[in-house]
Design a protein around this ligand. Structure first.
Ligand SMILES: Cc1cc2nc3c(=O)[nH]c(=O)nc-3n(C[C@H](O)[C@H](O)[C@H](O)COP(=O)(O)OP(=O)(O)OC[C@H]3O[C@@H](n4cnc5c(N)ncnc54)[C@H](O)[C@@H]3O)c2cc1C
Length: 345
């Protein structure tokens, strides 16, 4: 039998770096497994008092499942007896489970590193935040951490940007992790099977039938609603730039194609040169494009079309122009892109 990986309740990296990792102790433990069963199991979802268990058959005929343990366990090496006990507690039978291929335990512990940076140590992904997998967001948020951090690290390591750029990582990503933890706590509570939780879930399900809550929730779990606090102004500011259909030099281009080289992008959208520094700013890429469609953001909807935007390598908008005015661009380049405009500009 192999032990599958499972979300740790603590972050080794945070511990070694001496970074506090506060949060909520686990209340529920789950076993995740692949095994054979002598009897036909109850396929699909099964709600118990603490939450949802689920069983499904894979192509090989074996059964994969997640089952809640009756009593919280936190040890990392469960055995077949623990699985039998959990199945019996949840379903009244262990379905004759045998030949366990792999088996692992995870919990609903929710913790977040107090600081994502300690000198030269930077935390991302599960090293920065652990939580129940309910909602399926951990991988996505962890990748977004890395996308936020990667280009900043590269620019600082190559001497293009000052060290202060790395501090924007904590400022931008820590609030996203904190929201993620709150959501997983809420979803864990919503999954409970007592009468009050069932009533709350029915109420929530009704709200989710309405367009606005549904749009909000979809944007939230997909991470598309993230807005970094890069100042007030146009709704695009701090948000992820949509992948617009542009025309550049008469040819159709998708906006994201312009970002493959991971350089901050000063993009004119009015068919003429974007306003801004005339002299070259290191790494800044300038593109004059035409865009005639509607600019729509998740949750917010259609927003006014800017004449130019500054898009960071992580896809978030650091500056927006709505006319010829380029004021604020130099400050945005420096603060949010770590790029120093030429002296005198
Ligand atoms: C049951 C379950 C279901 C999930 N479902 C989803 C889902 O549907 N959607 C979603 O987005 N997320 C889901 N997640 C969460 C997702 O798996 C994690 O958020 C993601 O894998 C974290 O990636 P990571 O690279 O940060 O950490 P990890 O995947 O843990 O990778 C860290 C790696 O570092 C290695 N390592 C650790 N210590 C050391 C060391 N000292 N030296 C060298 N290497 C080391 C580990 O072996 C591991 O390979 C789920 C998690 C669980 C437990």
């Amino acid at each position: 039998m192999m032990a599958a990986r499972c979300a740790p309740a603590t972050s080794w990296a945070a511990t070694v770096a001496g970074i506090a990792f506060p949060g909520w102790e686990p209340e529920i433990s789950y076993l995740i497994f692949e095994a054979d069963m002598a009897d036909e199991p109850a396929m699909g979802f099964h709600r118990g008092l603490k939450g949802t268990s689920a069983l499904g058959r894979i192509e090989t005929g074996r059964v994969r499942g997640v089952v809640i343990e009756e009593v919280l366990e936190t040890g990392g090496a469960p055995d077949i007896d623990a699985l039998r006990a959990a199945l019996t507690a949840a379903y009244g039978t262990d379905f004759g489970v045998h030949d366990v291929r792999w088996l692992s335990r995870f919990t609903d512990a929710a913790r977040q590193a107090a600081d994502y940076r300690q000198g030269r140590v930077l935390l991302a992904g599960d090293a920065a935040h652990v939580h129940s997998p309910v909602g399926g967001q951990g991988l996505n948020i962890g990748l977004q951490d890395a996308v936020n951090l990667g280009w900043k690290l590269a620019q600082v390591a190559r001497g293009i940007s000052g060290d202060a750029l790395l501090d924007t990582y904590q400022a931008e990503r820590h609030p996203v992790g904190a929201t993620l933890l709150q959501q997983t706590l809420a979803l864990t509570a919503l999954n409970r099977g007592d009468d009050r939780s069932n009533a709350l879930r029915a109420l929530t399900a009704k709200a989710m039938q309405m367009d606005e809550p549904r749009r909000w929730y979809a944007a939230s779990v997909s991470g598309l609603d993230v807005r970094y606090d890069l100042g007030a102004g146009h709704p695009l500011l701090g948000r992820r730039m949509p992948d617009l259909d542009l025309v550049v030099d008469g040819a159709p281009v998708r906006l994201f194609e312009l970002m493959h080289d991971a350089r901050p992008l000063l993009l004119g959208l009015g068919g003429r040169a974007p306003p801004g520094p005339d002299a070259a700013v290191p790494r800044l890429k300038r593109v004059d494009a035409r865009f005639s469609g509607a600019l729509e953001l998740p949750v917010i909807g259609v927003v006014t079309r800017p004449t130019a935007v500054l898009v960071r390598p992580d896809g978030h908008v650091a500056w927006v122009a709505e006319g010829e005015d380029a004021s604020g661009l130099s400050a945005a380049l420096e603060a949010w892109c770590g790029l120093q405009p030429p002296t005198g500009h």
